[in-house]
Design a protein around this ligand. Sequence first.
Ligand code: FES
Length: 104
Amino acid sequence: MSEFIRVASVNDVPDPGRALVEVGDRLVALFQVGGKFYALDDVCTHDGGPLAEGELDGLTIACPRHGAKFDIRDGRALTMPATRPTVAHEVKVEGNDVFVRLSE
Ligand code: FES
């Protein structure tokens, strides 16, 4: 199991909004909605689109390439053309610091 790594300050991420962060050699899309944080691989499972650049609507992010939607809470693919989930990571907040632990 990997460790929690500090990736951002709470103030770095708009609410609602997102930031692209690096965790090791991974690009992770970090989201804040309603004061809660979520993290997904910045990779659409349809064809590798950069999810952090997509449109955020509530707890859903739409891939900027062909529009597949994912649930930011668990990475589930909600609409075509994606059929497989993207990887969701664990997030914790301590004070003003946001930490991510890669789940795989
Ligand atoms: S690459 Fe994301 S929908 Fe096609």
